[in-house]
Design a protein around this ligand. Sequence first.
Ligand code: AMP
Length: 504
Amino acid sequence: MDVPHYDWIAHHAMVTPGAPAQEDLHSKRRFTYLEMHRRIDAWAAWLQQEAGVRPGDRVATLCHNSTDANEMMFAAQRAGAIHLPLNWRLAVPELEFILNDATPTVLVYSEEFAPQVAELRGRCVLPHVVSKRDGEDSGYERAIAAGLTLAAPPRPGLDDVWVLMYTSGTTGRPKGAQITYRAQLFNAIHATMTTELTRRSRGLTYLPQFHVGGICLYAMPCFHIGASVAVMRQFDPQWCLDLIGTPASGITHLFGVPTNFLFMSQLPSFAEARFEHLVSVGIGGAASALSLLKLYADKGVLFQQGWGMTETCTIGTLLSKERALDKIGSSGQQVLHADLKIVDPSGVEVPTGQVGELLIKGPTVTPGYWNRPEANATSLADGWLRTGDAAYVDDEGFYYIVDRWKDMFISGGENVYPAEVEDAIFRMPGIAEVAVIGVADEKWGEVGRAFVVLKAGSGIDADDILEHCARHLARFKIPKSIRFLPELPHNATGKVTKHALPRE
Ligand code: AMP
């Protein structure tokens, strides 16, 4: 059997062909490593021979989560192409922008996105468009069934780009972060080193596969080591809780954003859920309220909080289980193959314990954004990525992410980090979710505004919240206005989209 260079699936198909590779929870399909390998081969050959995909070409996907998406990522590798997973929550003009920026040769879409694809075909150059239906008859399944063979497989090197991942674009137009083979390899090494991942592990994917969370935490590390992965079509709090709260599901590894764990904790069945069988539960991607971390700690879940970005192929820091309680609230220490530093606005490193902007350098950091020389010049100097995150590090090397620099606001000359205010408000019983932003104010320059979602039956009013804040926060941090909403806006990863909250 010819095992292509760096091809993890081909390797496991040779060594442990019958071992479970992945399961599609929605369509109930299961694949061993050998079966996955064969499907990847056939699709890669179709890309090469029928679609004329050449090394470096982009292959886009517009799909809900499925095992097919993991296959397509590895098939892009075998064909030497770049995997371009598109965010299905975007509107047609946003998708049009990305497609015109990345100019893919092939677009694969799940059937439910047919109307968007019909529109996009009139607006972008899309040489090959292929439908897929989670294992049922479709262009994708027919291409695999054709059973073509790759001619002279290209062998990408570690510096080549494997994935082009457009960041959410909360400021300006989305930018395509280029993620290399080296970045995926080192992220797999970091995940394996820090989460006790073995061949017998079973990871659960529910973060979207168009985000690094759905790929790197922990599907790719599982595939690297030869473990298995269960893929959920989309985050469903009840289904997810049923799976992770039941030993029989076999799930050992998962990672979520705080909203995922918050929503699961609000379900009635949370009280009975058992988590002792879980080996590693990661949380990150946004600030986690201490009370949420403690709620799970009381149920025996030692969250491994981590910090990372699309541009760092996820894990830059991760908290060990051993220190999960005494360093609760920290995003952990830096991974082995990364350099981190915290600098002031002039770029000078700040002393231990002082807040500054976090910078990172290392093999998982993107070599740059696609087609964006200006952004690369400002975000990446000498290989150091400016993260835009405000952080400090303690004297044992544990990092604390304070907030996004751009979310920080200045009230009467004092810096206010909304995450701290949110944490204080969230400690009140009866609060389901909260987000704080800075809004313009004539007297103070900026003041805080809190958006609050109440739990059903909660009798809390704005005065209660203000009184609570007065007891727990300095005056300049207390929001000047409270607005109640039925729900907060979230992006597809589950993070609160603060830019969508009203500032008027
Ligand atoms: P994305 O590229 O969508 O994954 O977003 C990355 C951003 O998420 C980072 O720059 C941080 O602002 C935020 N983030 C990631 N991990 C954490 C964490 N542990 N605590 C607070 N914010 C985080």
